[in-house]
Design a protein around this ligand. Sequence first.
Ligand SMILES: Cc1ncc(COP(=O)(O)O)c(C=O)c1O
Length: 260
Amino acid sequence: MRADPLRYLAEELDTLKSQGLYRRLRVLDDEQKAHTSIDHRSVVNLSSNNYLGLTTHPRLRERALEATRTLGVGSGSVRTIAGTMSIHMELERRLAGFKRTEATVVFQSGFAANAGTVSSVLSKDDFIVSDELNHASIIDGARLSRATIKVFPHRDAKAARAIVQELPRERRRLIISDGVFSMDGDLGALPALCDVADEFGCIMMVDDAHASGVFGTNGRGTIDHFGLHGRVDIQVGTLSKAIGALGGYVAGSGALIEFL
Ligand SMILES: Cc1ncc(COP(=O)(O)O)c(C=O)c1O
């Protein structure tokens, strides 16, 4: 019989369990709500990203059903072939209005938006200056871009400036931070990082996955909260948290969005 070439995975699982690092999935047996049932126990749910309760909002349910009835459950193709639908165009137009940018483009997830964007706008001779607690999708995008990654201590804009100061000005340099950090819930040092970007001519990018719907006027996010409109070149958001559904987006200039 053929030996299982993946048997090391079972061994790794055993190691994780013995080290107390194994993550058991908790199963929701009810809707994603504040009071719900997990693993057949009635609980108060303080861990979800459904910040505004939109996942189960009656109007959103109704609109989702209506779209399914009229348009089906999928686009049937990637966007560049035959999968761009009029509702995608309308969604992007509305998101641009929400974010007060020229344009937006939607992705399958916030993860794909970060990874796809960072890896597209930079290449191997460029530099990424990144907060040490930035989301995993930024780190993956940075690795895919093959740019040199420089990490600064959490929220330390002075350290970011010291790094940027040493970088060659003729290369593209991207400063990137989460707007609200996913694990700690604190805010990125955005005003001070924008100052560094302005001073040295860097590209400024903010992942506002957790801030959109929560901070700023009508939930426009941390760029609005800090009054930084026009100073952040690339904004990423997600529809999977406060908006309650699924999908990610990038907001910025018309040229950035057309390029992506
Ligand atoms: C800071 C941050 N950025 C991006 C993402 C990815 O968003 P999505 O769940 O839409 O893939 C998450 C969510 O896990 C996040 O916490």
